[in-house]
Design a protein around this ligand. Structure first.
Ligand code: CP
Length: 298
């Protein structure tokens, strides 16, 4: 029997979302499983990661899994084996759950035929569903509510090349938030999203945002270098203290990481009183534990 696949926010029903947020709230992160559950999770990351890979590993250990880390750089990928054959091999080895990350959009057709449950830990410019879950969970907890109705959220960055933004916009809208995007014109491609307010710069923005999420410049997804230096980008589009106060008195600050301080965000904002960045990372463990349970029907 083929396991549950969560490759996109669209793979989760409204009922799933409610159960996942409820479960994440009730999970005690300090509780470590005293018994192994006999299941094996493999983190199959074909691209770099700190938060996603390690928070899935932490979550799985707390649930009693054995955790194996597939190391792309010392694997047979180097000898020419394809990503598809690598994933088939991890299936044949007997993994119960694969968490993947790749620089290309995942091949849903291929993954549907694999036996293990699979969670997309970020695929190219497509989606990063567990990041959106933990980000929205962080907002729901902060605002102490069950949805994001009447919450105004601004996302700043290269939306068309951001898997974090795409999954977050889908999920925030499912939770009834009003989502706006600020897409700097230095990025050649604008996103094709519908039903979002669009801005090109920080001038004339509304002043009643509840949260702002800023994103790093995904340089590895650009064929050509930006015509702006890091310093110029910060001057035009960086989330400074002054810009944050103009967005709203109580506007909360989010960043999925990794952060480039002094490029897309000012240090005092990243670590300031309105920052939810550390909470996002902490919530990653419990939210991902709930998602693992969902995929394995534990
Ligand atoms: N936000 C995020 O995906 O971080 P990592 O690349 O460190 O996993």
């Amino acid at each position: 029997m083929s396991g549950i696949k969560v490759l996109s926010i669209d793979d989760l029903s409204d009922g799933d979302l409610g159960r996942l947020f409820f479960r994440a709230r009730s999970l005690n992160t300090k509780k470590v499983a005293t018994e192994k559950n006999g299941k094996v999770m493999i983190t199959a990351f074909f691209e770099e990661s700190t938060r996603t890979k390690l928070s899935f590993a932490m979550a799985a250990l707390k649930l009693g899994f054995e955790v194996l880390n597939f190391d792309a750089k010392s694997s047979s990928l180097v000898k020419g084996e394809s990503l598809a054959d690598t994933l088939r091999t991890l299936d044949h080895l007997g993994a119960d759950l694969l968490v993947t990350r790749s620089s290309q959009t995942l091949d849903r057709e291929l993954l549907q035929h694999l036996r293990p449950s699979i969670i997309n830990g970020g695929d190219g410019i497509n989606e990063h569903p567990s990041q959106a879950l933990l980000d929205c969970f962080t907002l729901l907890n902060f605002f102490e509510c069950d949805d994001l109705f009447k919450k105004k959220i601004l996302i700043v960055g290269d939306i068309s090349k951001s898997r974090v933004a795409k999954s977050n916009i889908k999920l925030m809208k499912r939770l009834s938030a009003t989502v706006s995007v600020l897409e700097p014109s230095c990025f050649s491609e604008a996103s094709l999203l519908k039903d979002v307010e669009r801005y090109k710069h920080f001038k004339n923005l509304p002043d009643d945002f509840d949260a702002v999420m800023t994103l790093r410049i995904p340089k590895e997804r650009h064929e050509h270098a930006l015509f702006m230096s890091n310093r110029e980008y910060f001057k035009e589009y960086g989330l400074s203290k002054a810009r944050l106060s103009a967005l709203g008195r109580h506007c909360q600050v989010m960043h999925p990481g990794p952060m480039n301080i002094g490029v897309e965000i000012e240090e005092s904002v990243a670590y300031g009183a309105q920052s939810l960045v550390a909470t996002q990372v902490k919530n990653g463990v419990i939210m991902r534990a709930a998602l693992i349970e969902h995929c394995l029907a534990l």
